[in-house]
Design a protein around this ligand. Structure first.
Ligand code: KIV
Length: 277
């Protein structure tokens, strides 16, 4: 049985929550096997899987496809899917319809970027029975508005605004809140103030859980290397090396060897040759 939203809620103050992004079947299976609690089908897929410069172009169709693949690969983790830019901002009915599409694609819950200003939208989605994870602090979908990648809650006023947003989202019914690039002190205040789990990314050690983009954790994405993302492997250089070895084996004739090929029965081959003569 996969984890439920209730299981995640019960982890607050008892066990740290591990979240990692996944966008395809194979990585989903491996992360699930490693025991993560939540697989997040993040719209970061737009950058690391599709090569966009940011998450803004990501569509609902793309998110549904990634979500289907991830849900097929998981056995134990909860699957949360991101609602992409402009899939929930136009109206509550648009938000409900698109949240429903992600659930029909295999997600257990959806995640929306935004604070107090989208609390009614979140409430409408939760009301119809779809669990929601909030996402405040740095919000990649509005990078332009926020003048690029900037640490959040560095002043008293911005910290108060963020704390108010966290409280409003809790009231609206979210089951957890992702905090992105929030100062560690303010993350701790938020985590101590609300009764649902906080999931930090670049927000220090005092959140109730942590999330990493899987391409950062495995050292696969070279374009941006955020200070907060620990790289547990440097797979990109290993992949380039491995594929380079494959190429030189093909060129030199070392690959494929006998062990990589199939052969016809000797007597059949004789018959064939005779017939062809
Ligand atoms: O899209 C994503 O990967 C995310 C995480 C950075 C939290 O939203």
């Amino acid at each position: 049985m996969p984890k439920s939203v209730r299981d995640i809620l019960l982890m607050k103050n008892s066990k740290k929550i591990t979240v990692i992004t996944a966008y395809d079947y194979t990585i989903s299976q491996l992360c699930d096997k490693a025991g993560v609690d939540i697989l997040l089908v993040g719209d970061s897929a737009g950058m690391v899987m599709l090569g966009y410069d940011n998450t803004i172009p990501v569509t609902m169709d793309q998110m549904c496809l990634f979500t289907e693949a991830v849900s097929r690969g998981r056995q134990n983790a909860l699957v949360v899917a991101d609602m992409p830019f402009m899939s929930y901002q136009a109206s509550k009915s648009q938000a409900i319809e698109n949240a429903g599409r992600l659930i029909k694609s295999g997600a257990d819950a959806v995640k929306l970027e935004g604070g107090i200003e989208i609390k009614d939208t979140i409430h409408a989605i939760v009301e119809i029975g779809i669990p929601v994870m909030g996402h405040i602090g740095f919000q990649p979908q509005t990078t332009t508005l926020q003048e690029g990648y900037k640490v959040q809650a560095k002043t008293r006023d911005t910290a108060i605004r963020l704390i108010d947003s966290a409280k409003a989202l809790e009231e609206a019914g979210v089951f957890s809140i992702a905090l992105e690039m929030v100062t560690r002190e303010v993350s701790k205040i938020i985590s101590d103030t609300i009764s649902i789990p906080t999931i930090g990314i670049g927000s220090g050690p005092d959140c109730d859980g942590q999330v990493l983009v899987v391409h950062d954790a495995l050292g696969l994405y070279e374009k941006i290397k955020p200070k907060f993302a620990k790289r547990y492997l440097e797979l990109s250089s290993e992949i380039v090396q491995a594929i380079g070895s494959y190429k030189s084996d093909v060129v030199s004739g070392k690959f494929p060897g006998l062990e990589h090929s199939f052969s016809i029965d000797k007597s059949e081959l004789e018959r064939l040759k005779k017939e062809l003569e």
